[in-house]
Design a protein around this ligand. Structure first.
Ligand code: F6R
Ligand code: MG
Ligand code: MG
Length: 366
């Protein structure tokens, strides 16, 4: 059966700052989605990581389908109504346009989706991150799909060993979608040259070269490009199919043990380590640390099993301790150097006004 999995996320309001949505908000989103289950939608799951609500939907319509995107948009509007009623912070924050216009691309919510002919057993993962940006997935994807140090399937499995095709988006280009495709292993160094720049080049999708099948779909929206100013981070959502011609589930997870430093954290303007957290974790220390959660599903005829929370395991408790330490090490130096993002990436305008104000006070002597 050919099915599509659509994962759409938005921050539509949060208790106590940018912390987590309320139960009533989540219930409103859930109720709205439920009315479509068994008709347009085969199945759905609602969850959250930090202040971002993620709607996972399975159906037989294509990707970017107006009907499916409207279902998500309407659910976010319902949730926003509750957010306003409860006085939640940032109510409707990621719904940047007043009217729905075909699909949610360019309207604020992040979207990851792909269509494929369902395998007889079809495992997939949904990653949702908060207080960071789409480039946060660059390193884990590079390591899981292209580095035999993390994915020994690249040397053990004939299918996986044929490598992968990465599609990379240039998020700085705003006059359309500027993309490039690179094949591993042949173009590994070119891939690394792009993916080191998390703020600009981001993985949009990955396909297996053994059969052309989609393996990864990532949200790559840039809210700043939509709104023209800082309106929150583009906390990214990602779908990954696993096993057989794809990396094993554990190979996809392994690079998240690094807790690599990413952009985001407080005010979307700092550097912090990406902490793998349980689904439904609220944000806390310094509005972070940047967090990622991962739910595993199996699917048959579009029906989802219950999710398994893959970062809810003693191994990840140990990782979280180490990542907390990394967060403190960086925070100890406050505003200095790499603790904050480069000037062009700071997401609050205030510092620019401050710098402009100082400009005339500089004196030049020779
Ligand atoms: C929001 C975020 C937070 C806020 C911070 C200040 O996604 O990352 O760190 O930037 O809480 O929020 P405001 O400026 O809305 O008071
Ligand atoms: Mg927020
Ligand atoms: Mg968020």
């Amino acid at each position: 059966m050919r099915i599509t999995i659509s994962a759409i996320k938005a921050d539509i309001g949060s208790i106590g700052g940018h912390v987590r949505p309320s139960n009533a908000l989540l219930e409103a989103v859930n109720a709205s989605i439920r009315t479509h289950k068994g008709s347009t939608l085969i199945d759905a799951h609602i969850g959250f990581t930090g202040d971002d609500v993620a709607i996972l939907m399975t159906h037989t319509r294509p990707v970017s389908d107006p009907q499916i995107h409207k279902i998500a948009w309407d659910a976010f509007l319902q949730g926003t109504e509750v957010a306003k009623r409860q006085g939640l912070y940032g109510a409707g924050q990621d719904l940047l346009k007043d009217a729905f216009s075909g699909n949610v691309h360019g309207l604020g919510p992040g979207v990851a989706e792909f269509s494929f002919d369902e395998r007889p057993n079809e495992p997939f993962l949904m990653f949702t991150a908060d207080k960071t940006e789409p480039g946060a997935y660059n390193l884990p994807l590079y390591l899981a799909f292209a580095d035999p140090m993390y994915n020994t399937g690249l040397i053990l499995s004939p299918d996986v060993g044929q490598g992968f095709r990465f599609t990379i988006l240039d998020t700085q280009f705003t006059d359309g979608d500027r993309t490039i495709q690179l094949d591993t292993p042949e173009e590994l160094y070119d891939l690394a040259a792009l993916l080191r720049d998390n703020g600009r080049f981001v993985v949009r999708s990955i396909n297996a070269r053994s059969n052309g099948e989609p393996a990864v779909a990532c949200s790559t929206s840039r809210l700043r490009n939509i709104a023209g100013k800082y309106v929150g981070k583009d906390d990214p959502i990602m779908l990954v199919r696993t096993q057989k011609s794809f990396p094993a589930t554990g190979e996809v997870l392994a690079p998240f043990g690094i807790g690599h430093y990413v952009a985001g954290f407080m005010r979307g303007s700092h550097t912090g380590p990406l902490m793998p957290v349980c689904a439904g974790t609220a944000m806390s220390y310094f509005d972070g640390p940047p967090a990622v959660s991962c739910l595993a599903f199996s699917i048959r005829d579009g029906q989802l099993t219950e999710p398994v929370d893959l970062f809810d395991h003693p191994y990840w408790d140990w990782v979280r301790q180490r990542v907390s330490r990394k967060a403190c090490d960086m925070r100890a130096q406050g505003f200095s150097g790499p603790a904050m993002l480069p000037y062009a990436d700071l997401e609050y305008g205030g510092i620019k006004h401050r710098m402009e104000g100082l400009e005339t006070r500089f004196a030049v002597s020779k």
